[in-house]
Design a protein around this ligand. Sequence first.
Ligand code: ZN
Ligand code: ZN
Length: 236
Amino acid sequence: MFNHILNFLFPASCLICKRYLPTDNKSPGICDSCQSQIEFIKELVCQKCGKPLPAGGAHCFQCLKKGVNYHFEFVRAVCEYKGTIKQCIHLFKYSSKDYLSLILGGLLIDYIKNTTEFSEINTIVPVPLHWSRRFQRGYNQSELLAKEIAKTLDKNLVAGNLYRRKLTKPQFGLSKDEREVNVRGVFAVRNTSLIKNKNILIVDDVCTTASTLEECAKTLKRAGAEKVFCLVVAHG
Ligand SMILES: [Zn+2]
Ligand SMILES: [Zn+2]
C-alpha cells in the first residue's frame, strides 16, 4: 500500500535515464544506478573556496589574488557541477522536483558525517532567495537542503532570518567582479539574537565564485556570528 502511494506521488520512472523506477529504489525520482554515477570531488581542493585543484597547492588563483581574505572559514563542495549531479540540481531548481532534496541533502549529510571540519557547527542557515523568486518557484531549494541537514544531524535551523533586501540579476553569466558587485549589500539579518555567537553552516546548491557565500558570511559575521562555514552540493 505504502509503495502504491509512493508510486502515485513520485514518478515511476527515473528522471534522468527514464527507466522504470523499482518500488524498492532508495529514494524518489532518480534510480539507484543513476545515483551511483554521481562523482564526488576526491582530489585536493582550495583550502578556502573548495575549488578542485588537480595540480595541488593550498589555494586557487582567485583566492590568492584576493589575499585569501574572506569572512567564512572555508567552502566545501561535494561534487563538481557536471554530469549527473548537474542534471539533478537543474531538476531540483527549475522543474519543481522539490523532493530531490532527499537525495541532494543526503549527499551533504554524508559529507558532514565523514569529516571533522564541520564539528563546531550548531546552526544551519540557507542562502536566501528574494521573496519574489521564492514565490515563483514555490520553495527555496537551499532551505530544503538546510532542513534535511538540521533534521538529520539535530542542528538548529535558522531560515528566513538572513534575507535578500533586493532582487538582483542572476549570477549566471556574470564575471567574478560583476558577481561581487551584484550581491554587495544585498543581504540582511532580521533578528541578530539568532545569529550572535553561533557557529554557522551556510548551505547552498551551487557555488561558482563564492561571491554570494562571502556576502552572506559577511552579513552573518556583522550580526555577531562566531564562525561561518559553507557547504554546497556542487562547485562549478
Ligand atoms: Zn536512472
Ligand atoms: Zn580558492
